[in-house]
Ligand binder design. Structure first.
Ligand code: SF4
Length: 162
């Protein structure tokens, strides 16, 4: 699944992605090269806050793009951000693109099951009933696909004579 990014800013000011995270020191480094340390307290929303120092921002040439309305800048980082970084890295690979395309095909089949074969709900009870219904539906889908692949409409001009 792609990572949902909520930290991107649309107003032209620096987003969190403009700040570099230094994992060894556990600080963010801003576009002006200043560090933003954290107090290490985990907030209720699962985030750690990293704050710049007011004295650094006061004289910074990037202040209008960074924190125009506040004396300093705060960047937040999720407690599971390393896992999100792994997911971001995977999302840039060719294998991920392939699985995205494959997933669409599978989801199309489920949509077909639900809408055309009316499997919005199961009629038989229990796991065995569900398995039976899905097996029958899969057979129906595969027969339909087979018919599409092998059926050739008759030539309107009639059979060709050599
Ligand atoms: S305003 Fe502060 S946090 Fe933003 S780039 Fe300048 S020094 Fe860094």
């Amino acid at each position: 699944m792609p990572v949902i990014e909520k930290s991107q800013r649309e107003d032209g000011s620096f987003s969190c992605s403009d700040f570099h995270f230094d994992a060894d020191r556990n600080v963010y480094v801003c576009p002006n090269g200043k560090v933003l340390p954290t107090n290490g307290r985990l907030r209720g929303d699962g985030m750690f806050a990293y704050n710049s120092r007011v004295v650094d921002c006061k004289t910074c040439p990037f202040k209008p793009q960074c924190c125009p309305t506040t004396p300093s800048r705060r960047v937040t980082r999720h407690q599971y951000e390393p896992a999100r970084d792994v997911a971001r890295a995977i999302a840039k690979t060719a294998a991920y693109e392939q699985t995205r395309r494959d997933r669409k095909k599978v989801e199309m089949l489920f949509a077909h099951l639900k809408r055309i074969l009316r499997m919005g709900r199961l009629r038989l009870r229990g796991p065995a009933g569900a398995q039976f219904e899905f097996t029958m539906a899969a057979i129906a889908q595969n027969l339909r696909r087979l018919a599409k692949l092998t059926f050739h409409p008759p030539d309107p001009a009639g059979p060709r004579v050599a």
